[in-house]
Design a protein around this ligand. Structure first.
Ligand code: KIV
Ligand code: ZN
Length: 530
């Protein structure tokens, strides 16, 4: 079966998207992941654009051996020479040079005559070809260029030594049918077209980046330029993970394979989000949080019987451990029963009809019903639940000069206790006070704050991970005041711990505040001041 090659430009075009710039170390880390992912070519940067980019292209070229490393260059002597210098130590490398060919760009951006543009393109390719055999030429804004001029320029660059002709839809303007026709025409009319590889580089301004790239492949392109998570200028580039999985899932239709290790798709997406702090939207195809999540009762039932009913690829094939059934008001009795079994309860001992009724009532009140809620329904039955620990009152003082202090009044087995304590911030002070009152020795392993609704009056939902004697438990709490939500989440975790390890006795307290990465919007460290 023929192969389609993947040219990843996350580190160059992707990095040009707002909020996605990366340090040299981060780029190297990502380049190594791209190599693990199996991309054929990594566009490491634009060597002439800054000394930092030059060094980063050089380092990536030195350390990456399985993928080809290229640098972008304008069609100028200086750009090409600096790319050659940066890549001189690389094992497999190439040069990617470009110049605009549309009337609009030539007149207004370059202020050059078409004949001079053609001459510059040829000179750039000739110069690059003296240093490497791998020379890619891109006529920028190709899809808005005069096709006749495009054929002329591309033919001349092939004569000059270009081995890859990349057709950019620079402003995401074209449609799949037009792209199919353009590639077909170029393959028919460009000089020695059968001796070079046609490539495509589609932007996503109309949301057609992936569709246009696939149309180009159907017309004969054998390289696709794309980015992880589809990041890139403006609305981004065609997304690598979507292209790869479209070709794989519909292999009988497209008839191609690739070198991509699909199980590395999700880890690559996650790594990029972690580095840039930019998450993908939940409904993003392939790698979004909801890509393999099912909420509707009928869907959940189907997936539990046979995943193929509502999943066209397995989560494992893209590197996600398993699908998730989101328990909410759309979930059915069957899915609830399965989740209860997964939580370790024996369904025989449970009146599922009764629990299901209570579950629906709870689901109407809450957006999402978590495992802890289901556990509580099963172990106590809603309404009858008597928590060992409950919050009576919480007062915090904090500010730019005040020492953060929390005064908490809470019940333990019905008896009221009251204490005040300090912390690095109001959340830390509240959690310190609770641990002093309860005397529980446990470790806070994670702390996450999420806005459930929008606006400054948003409900904040806090989830905390707590570990005690090797038992890890999550607690959640929601409130418009995130300090209260944090206290509720911590108490929820302690209540769940108490259920798990009956007879938990108050003892010395050891509480380790977590320091989480400051770059992530949704995460704040336990000692941050909300
Ligand atoms: O979008 C574009 O035209 C580009 C070229 C440099 C290939 O990124
Ligand atoms: Zn681009």
């Amino acid at each position: 079966m023929e192969k389609v090659k993947f040219f990843d430009t996350t580190l160059r075009d992707g990095e040009q998207s707002p909020g996605c710039s990366m340090s040299a170390d981060e780029k190297l880390t990502l380049a190594k992941q791209l190599e693990r992912l199996g991309v054929n070519t990594i566009e490491a940067g634009f060597a002439a654009s800054s000394p930092g980019d030059f060094e980063s292209v050089r380092e990536i070229g030195r350390q990456i051996t399985n993928s080809t490393v290229v640098s972008l260059c304008r069609a100028s002597k200086n750009d090409i020479d600096s790319a050659i210098e940066a890549l001189s130590d690389a094992k497999n490398w190439g040069i990617h040079t470009f110049i605009s060919t549309s009337d609009l760009h030539m007149k207004h951006k370059l202020q050059m005559e078409p004949k001079d543009v053609k001459a510059m393109a040829v000179a750039a390719v000739e110069r690059a070809k003296k240093a490497t055999d791998n020379v890619e030429f891109s006529p920028e804004d190709a899809t808005r260029s005069d096709p006749e001029f495009l054929v002329e320029v591309l033919s001349e660059t092939v004569r000059a030594g270009a081995t890859i002709l990349n057709i950019p839809d620079t402003v995401g303007y074209t449609t799949p049918d037009e792209m199919f026709d353009l590639i077909t025409r170029l393959r028919n009319e460009v000089y020695n077209a059968d001796k070079v590889t046609f490539s495509v580089h589609c932007h996503n301004d109309l949301g057609l980046g992936v569709a246009n790239s696939l149309a180009a492949v159907r017309a004969g392109a054998r390289q696709i330029e794309c980015t992880i998570n589809g990041i890139g200028e403006r609305a981004g580039n065609a997304s690598l993970e979507e292209l790869v999985m479209a070709l794989k899932t519909r292999q009988e239709y497209f008839g191609f394979e690739s070198d991509i290790v699909t199980e590395q798709l999700f880890p690559s997406s996650k790594l990029l989000s972690k580095i840039t702090g930019v998450d993908v939207q939940p409904n993003k195809a392939i790698v979004g949080a909801n890509a393999f999540a099912h909420e509707a009762g009928i869907h959940q039932h189907g997936v539990l019987k046979n995943p193929l009913t509502y999943e066209i690829m397995t989560p494992q094939s893209v590197g996600i451990k398993s699908s998730s059934l989101v328990m909410g008001k759309h979930s059915g009795r069957f899915a609830l029963g399965e989740r209860i079994k997964e939580l370790g309860f024996d369904l025989n001992d449970i009146d599922l009809n009764h629990i299901f009724k209570e579950f629906k009532r709870l689901a109407d009140l809450k957006k999402q019903v978590f495992d802890e809620d289901i556990e509580a329904l099963v172990t106590h039955g809603i309404g009858k639940q008597t928590d060992k620990y409950s919050l009576e009152d919480l007062i915090v003082t904090s500010g730019t000069t005040a020492v953060p202090t929390a005064t908490i009044s809470m019940k333990i087995d019905g008896e009221v206790f009251k204490k005040a304590s300090f912390g690095d911030g109001p959340v830390d002070a509240a959690l310190n006070t609770i641990k002093e009152i309860t005397g529980i020795q446990c470790t806070l392993t994670s702390y996450v704050v999420k806005a459930i609704t929008g606006g400054t009056d948003a409900q904040g939902e806090v989830s905390v991970g707590v570990e005690k004697d090797g038992v890890r438990i999550t607690g959640r709490g929601a409130h418009t005041d995130i300090v209260v939500a944090s206290a509720l989440a911590f108490l929820n975790a302690l209540n769940r711990l108490a259920i798990r390890s009956k007879g938990l006795s108050p003892s010395t307290v050891s509480y380790t505040p977590l320091t989480l990465p400051p770059i992530c919007r949704l995460y704040i460290s336990a000692d941050a001041r909300p």
